[in-house]
Each structure stands twice: as structure tokens, then as C-alpha cells.
Design a protein around this ligand. Structure first.
Ligand SMILES: [Zn+2]
Length: 435
């Protein structure tokens, strides 16, 4: 079943400029062609979005759908009844979808795997999910923090303390059907008082290499949470595909990453929100919260330096916001990452590519996702204005007037979706109507 989307211009995800008005033909969930209006003969059903600019559905390469920035999120595994966190994941992912994100790469939590499976079976409406499952971490490492309970009640099955144990955990993850393997090369930058050395290396190069070997044999990629210098270096030496965070990236390692073709996912939105919204959590004193906020301000300055090194070396930078992964990091706000990347020196269009074609490259789907081009899946966002001129249009989904997922309009303005319209007759009710 074919229909046409008339738009005021197209950002295709790879070109450097927005086009003049175009007509996008969609059939069976795929983009059939993109043509100038005069080249299209009428007859097919039309979604007239001439007022809007079309861009590829956005991709966020670092989220945690199981949480939504709750200040007590680390207690949830203790207080949730079974199923609760998975349903929460669905709601969180839908918030991202409404704001223009049609694909999410989840960097920690089995809930994302369950959500992906349900979405792939067509049982729930969700962005496309690429999920890491639980992260591999050393004992007492970044993803093994039973901070508030003092007991191993919420233990992570991803704990591994030797290359052999890493291999075993990685294979178990592959058996569960993950799309990528997440490793934790270093600690977080904001551990509690008993972790005085933020970003310290926690997995050895040999352990990281074991994860890479197992994942690559299965054709999967490895992401590594790596903040401090030594851990970033070890992860890059081990051959991981992406460095997540990379707060203390150095010039020489940036050069090595460029040579190896590894990606940097700098998660700038998290530090930005840490500095503007601060911290909170069970048992945190006011003094400690302010200490962490001040540290975030300093680390953020260091991250700007990392981005500069990455840009100079030609490292592939990909957008990942870490929404869900910290206090006050809310789903629906993934595009904060794009405004932050622009603040760090990327052009508007480069930031858009970091969340479209380049992001698709990291998840190994650049043949079908991240572009508005013939043969690509019809994941399209309609924006009131041109984000390549004003990137803040995407923030919180403020300028988003339509979202098409696999050819199906899931969000449209009332104007685009009047009762009895052709589009409505094709799809039934769209999922969300915005004013
Ligand atoms: Zn994260």
C-alpha cells in the first residue's frame, strides 16, 4: 500500500544541506523514492506536510529504558514487583518515540531485550531497540554497585573477574539474544564517597579483549563505558567498537580510535543535566550533592577537550544521551545531546548525522536506518522548521509535528490527521495527536 508524504524539504541524514520541497513515496514500510513535486503524478494517497521539514527518525545510541531519572532508581530492583520495570521501559521508550526517536540503543538492562522482542513481534508500540542486556563489570565495578543496601541483593549477573569469566558472561548474554555487549572499563565519575578515584580503570585490557573476541566471533559489537584515561586506553587497545562517555580522552588515543574506526559516544547531555539539575539519591547529603555538581562542572569542561581531540583526529562521534541513566535524566529529552554536541563544536548538520546515518553505522544498520533515501526503512520525523538551522527545534521534541515509524504515522498534528483523512483510512487512528 503506497502513500506520498509532501514535505517542505528533506534532511537526508548524509548531505550537508536541506533540499527544496520533496515528495517521499512510502510503500510497505520502506521509502520507495524521494522526488521533486513536479516529477510525481498524483493519484496516490497524500499526507500533506508541506509546511514541515522531513528528517530521518532520530537514533539515540546510549539510553537506559528501564529507568527515567528517578532519584531512587537504584532501589527499584528491591521495591519493584516482577514486570514493573519492563512496563516502565515501555513508557520510557514511548516518550522517546514521541520526541522523534525511532531507534534506541540500550546500554544496560534486560528489560530492553524483552521490550525489543515484544516490539519486533508487533505486540507493543516502541522505537526499534538494540539492546546490550546487563553490562559486564568487575566485582564492585561500575555496574556492580549495591550502594545503599550493603548487601548483594541486586547482584548483576554480568559480574566477571577474569578473561575466562568475561567469556562466559559474554556467551550467556549472546544466548539471551543481545544485540551488543556492554563492558565497563572504568568506574563512573560520580561514585559515592567510598570510590575516591572517579573513572579509575576496573576491567583489565585482557578482560576487555576477551569480551571483544567473543562478541566479534558472533558478529556483535562491544561498547565500553570508559571515563578515565587508563581505562579508555585499555578499551581501545582491546579493540572495543565504541567508547561510551570518554571524559578523559587524550590526543594520542583519539588518533588511535580514528585509525581503528572506533566510535565515541560522549553522552554530553548527562553532564549538562548534572550541572543544571544537580544530584539526588537516597542517603545523599546536601554537601555531597553540591560536591558532585561542582565536579560535574569541571568534568564537563574536560569533556569539551575530549571532543576537540576527537574532532581533530577525525573520530566518528555518535549521539547518545544516557537518558534514564542518572538522576533527572528524563526520556523524551534525548535531543539535549544534539544541542550539547553543537555547543562542543559540531555543526548543526554534523550533530544531526551523529543521530542518524552515523548512529546507524554504530548499530550496524546503515543499510536500512538513518537516511531518507530509496530502499531505507520509512522512519521519518516531520519538524516545524529546519533543525539544520536551529538544532534546538528538536529539544524535548518541541518542534516535532509528526513521527513515522516503519511507514506508519504514530504521531501527527491534528491538522495532518483530520478525521476521515486518507491517512486515517489507511492506518486507523494514529497513536498520538499533538496540537
Ligand atoms: Zn549509561
Amino acid at each position: 500500500m503506497e502513500y506520498l508524504v509532501k514535505v517542505g524539504g528533506v534532511i537526508d541524514g548524509v548531505s550537508d544541506a536541506t533540499t527544496s520541497p520533496r515528495v517521499i513515496a512510502i510503500e510497505d514500510g520502506t521509502i520507495k523514492h524521494v522526488a521533486r513535486p513536479e516529477e510525481v503524478s498524483s493519484g496516490a494517497r497524500i499526507l500533506d506536510a508541506s509546511r514541515y521539514v522531513a528528517m530521518p527518525g532520530l537514533i539515540d545510541c546510549h539510553v537506559h529504558v528501564r529507568t527515567n531519572g528517578e532519584t531512587d532508581r537504584r532501589l527499584q530492583p528491591l521495591t519493584d514487583i516482577p514486570g514493573e520495570s519492563t512496563l516502565r521501559s515501555l513508557k520510557n521508550a514511548q516518550s522517546d518515540l514521541r520526541s522523534g526517536y525511532t531507534t534506541l540503543r540500550d546500554c544496560g538492562g534486560m528489560e530492553a531485550v524483552a521490550l525489543r522482542n515484544a516490539a519486533n513481534r508487533g505486540e507493543v508500540l516502541s522505537p526499534r531497540i538494540f539492546a546490550a542486556g546487563y553490562g559486564i563489570t568487575a566485582t564492585a565495578g561500575h555496574m556492580d554497585q549495591d550502594r545503599y543496601v550493603g548487601a548483594r541483593v541486586t547482584s548483576n549477573p554480568g559480574v566477571a573477574d577474569s578473561p575466562d569469566e568475561v567469556r562466559s558472561v559474554a556467551r550467556s548474554l549472546l544466548k539471551l539474544g543481545v544485540d551488543l555487549i556492554k563492558t565497563n572499563a572504568t568506574g563512573g565519575s560520580f561514585g559515592n564517597g567510598h570510590r575516591p578515584n572517579p573513572g579509575a580503570q576496573q576491567m583489565t585490557e585482557e578482560e576487555l579483549r576477551a569480551a571483544v573476541e567473543v562478541a566479534h566471533m558472533a558478529g556483535k559489537r562491544v561498547a565500553s563505558h570508559a571515563m578515565g584515561e587508563a581505562g579508555i586506553r585499555a578499551a581501545v587497545n582491546a579493540g572495543v567498537d565504541s567508547i561510551e562517555h570518554g571524559f578523559w580522552l587524550t590526543e594520542d588515543v583519539a588518533a588511535q580510535m580514528a585509525e581503528q574506526g572506533s566510535f565515541l559516544v560522549p553522552t554530553m547531555a548527562t553532564l549538562f543535566r548534572n550541572t543544571t539539575r544537580g544530584f539526588a539519591g537516597p542517603g545523599m547529603t546536601e554537601e555531597w550533592k553540591e560536591h558532585l555538581r561542582q565536579r560535574a562542572i569541571r568534568v564537563r569542561q574536560r569533556l569539551f577537550e575530549s571532543i576537540r581531540y576527537a574532532l581533530e583526529a577525525g573520530v566518528k562521534i555518535v549521539a547518545g544521551s544516557d537518558m534514564g541513566g542518572g538522576p533527572f535524566l528524563y526520556h523524551g529529552e534525548c535531543a539535549t545531546e544534539l544541542t550539547q554536541l553543537v555547543e562542543a563544536g559540531l555543526g548543526n548538520m554534523d550533530a544531526i548525522k551523529a543521530a542518524t546515518s552515523r548512529a546507524a553505522e554504530l548499530i550496524d544498520r546503515d543499510d536500512v536506518l538513518g537516511r531518507i533515501s530509496e530502499g531505507y526503512l520509512a522512519d521519518i520525523v516531520l519538524v516545524d522548521g529546519d533543525p539544520s538551522k536551529d538544532i534546538t527545534l528538536l529539544e524535548d521534541g518541541a518542534g516535532v509535528r509528526g513521527v513515522i515509524l516503519g511507514g506508519k504515522p504514530v504521531l501527527l498534528t491534528r491538522e495532518l490527521d483530520p478525521d476521515g483523512s486518507d491517512i486515517r483510512s489507511m492506518w486507523g487512528r494514529v497513536s498520538w495527536v499533538v496540537e
